[in-house]
Design a protein. Structure first.
Length: 96
């Protein structure tokens, strides 16, 4: 079942871009957020601003791109998550 739910997202930090494969882990009671994965943490910099993360999503039917601005700091909204979809692009800007 987990093979059916796998998805791929692209994480962009400054000029570095990496495709990340996400798959649910059914035995975890609290799933990890995408930005907490080791391969994503390796991309993040001390200048990364997690309070202004942009997620871009392309509609498969219309081709229209929708953008979400997300505060991804865990302490800001502990129970609020954006469910990622296959093909989403996550852009982490630098702090102003």
């Amino acid at each position: 079942m987990s093979d059916c739910l796998k998805k791929s997202v692209r994480v962009v930090v400054r000029t570095e871009s990496r495709e990340i494969r996400l798959a649910p882990i059914f035995w975890e009671s609290t799933p990890k957020r995408a930005l907490e994965l080791p391969e994503v943490k390796a991309l993040l910099l001390s200048s990364s601003d997690l309070s202004r993360v942009k997620v871009s999503r392309t509609d498969a039917v219309t081709g229209k791109v929708t953008e979400f601005l997300v505060n991804a700091r865990r302490e800001s909204a502990p129970g609020l998550d954006l469910w990622l979809r296959d093909g989403d692009v996550i852009e982490v800007p630098d702090k102003p």
